[in-house]
Each structure stands twice: as C-alpha cells, then as structure tokens.
Design a protein around this ligand. Structure first.
Ligand code: MN
Length: 257
C-alpha cells in the first residue's frame, strides 16, 4: 500500500468542502431550533497575545459543512452509536458512486430510486460489503453560494436526495455502511413532507448506518473501486461531527473497477 502511495499509483482525492464562515448550514422552519454557522475568534497572531504563534477558537454545530451523522442523531437511532463510538474500521469503506447528475440537471428535486441502484449494480457489479453509497448529483458546484446551495423556493427547499422507498431499501442492506451526499443533509430538500419525514435519517440512522454530507469531487472517483476514509471528530456523546473525507483511488484499477 505504501509503495503504491509513494509511486503515485494511488491518487488521494479530497471529498471535503472547505470549512469557513461561508459554509452553508441547514435552516429549519419555525418552531424548530437551528444551528449556528461556523465562526472563529482569534486568540493570537504573532503578537503581544502570543508572539510566536497563531491560533483561533472556533464555534460551529456538529452538523456543519462536510460532516458525519451518527445513529444517535435521529430518534430511530437513539440507542445506537454516538460519533465517538463508531468503530474505526467502519470509517474506512468501499466507495460506490451512483451518478444521477444528468437527472438532477433537469430536476433539482430528483430522488434516487431503488431502480437506479439496481441499474448501478447491473453495470458495476453487486454492492460490496462495507460500502458507502455516494450520491453524485453535481450539487457541490453550488457549494460556494449558500443561496443556490440551499435553493429555498416559495414551495420550500428544493435539493436532490433519495426516495423513501430507496432509503428503506438501502438501510435494510447489510452491505451498506452509509450514504454520502453533496447536499446540506442526507435527505432531499422536500423530505419533511415525505412518509416517513426525512426517510434517510429515519431508516439509515435507525439501522445503525451513517450519513455523510456536503461531499465534493465525487466526479474524481470511479463508480467503484475507490476506498473512502471518513474521519469525524470523536466528540463524546456527539450526534455527528465535521469530518475530513478522503477517497483513495488505485489508478491501476480505476478504469475497470
Ligand atoms: Mn447532519
């Protein structure tokens, strides 16, 4: 593995959105409480407060920017793992990229279907054990524009996601470690009105699997064959945490997977 890395045969792809004051955060309707955007306060910057060092305090939610949802985030997973208790082997998995970007370009509220996943399996083989299903929508292109990213319309937020049926189906599949998306949350913008509401959260966290959000550069991964490394901060009793997420692509096998 190290030889492949040092020879440049393994490409490391950063799937993480930069974290800053401009990072979009989810907005919930009244009467629900919301999260704060990322902010920071300078402690010192090579000055009288600390002549040789620069550092900041920062404030943000557990669900800010590229982050991992732990099972306890949702009431259906309340007896499951908090983010600090996720076994490290579960944070390294097989990336399976299901690309619906063409459909989302026509319909920004597009929902992944079971048929889409079955079509992916026909083209690329069965989902491997320990896989992360990564929903490529192209939505990350909006990531530096919070209004376009959240896409709140008169009818509420319109962003792509997963149908309730497909969320139930993925959650019931023991091969699936988690679902990763490019949007602000794993559920579609309109998912408050689905049955059940927020089905990705409901089913996937209830089944003890995980969510990853605000991923970028999914277009740099092959449909299958890349390794995914998700590294959330191990906040004790945390419902989730900002994460650095990396893809490792073996360029010798990327084409065929
Ligand atoms: Mn979240």
């Amino acid at each position: 593995m190290l030889a492949a890395l040092s020879a440049g045969r393994v490409r490391v792809v950063d799937l993480t959105a930069p974290l800053s004051e401009r990072t979009p955060v989810i907005r919930l309707p009244e009467p629900y409480a919301g999260t704060v955007p990322f902010s920071r306060a300078e402690i010192s910057r090579y000055d009288a407060r600390g002549p040789a060092w620069y550092w900041n305090d920062f404030t943000c939610g557990e669900h800010t920017g590229t982050h991992l949802d732990a099972p306890v985030h949702w009431v259906t997973g309340r007896d499951g793992e908090d983010v600090s208790r996720i076994p490290p082997p579960r944070l390294v998995g097989s990336a399976c990229v299901v690309d619906v970007a063409v459909r989302v370009a026509e319909d920004p509220g597009y929902l992944l279907t079971v048929a889409d996943v079955i079509a992916w399996e026909r083209a690329h083989g069965p989902l491997p054990h320990g896989c992360w299903v990564l929903l490529r929508t192209g939505w990350s292109a909006r990531g530096d524009d919070p209004e376009a990213f959240l896409n709140v319309t008169g009818a509420g937020p319109v962003t792509p996601g997963v149908s309730a049926e497909c969320a139930r189906w993925l959650a019931a599949d023991p091969r699936v470690t988690g679902l990763g998306v490019e949007t602000v949350g794993t559920d579609a913008g309109a998912a408050h009105a689905f049955s059940p509401p927020f089905p990705c959260h409901h089913f996937l966290l209830g089944a003890g699997t995980y969510g990853l959000t605000q991923l970028r550069n999914l277009d740099a991964l092959p449909p299958r064959g890349a390794a995914l490394v998700a590294a959330p901060l191990p906040i004790v009793d945390g419902s989730g945490a900002p994460a650095r997420v990396l893809g490792l692509v073996d360029t010798g096998t990327a084409a065929g997977g």
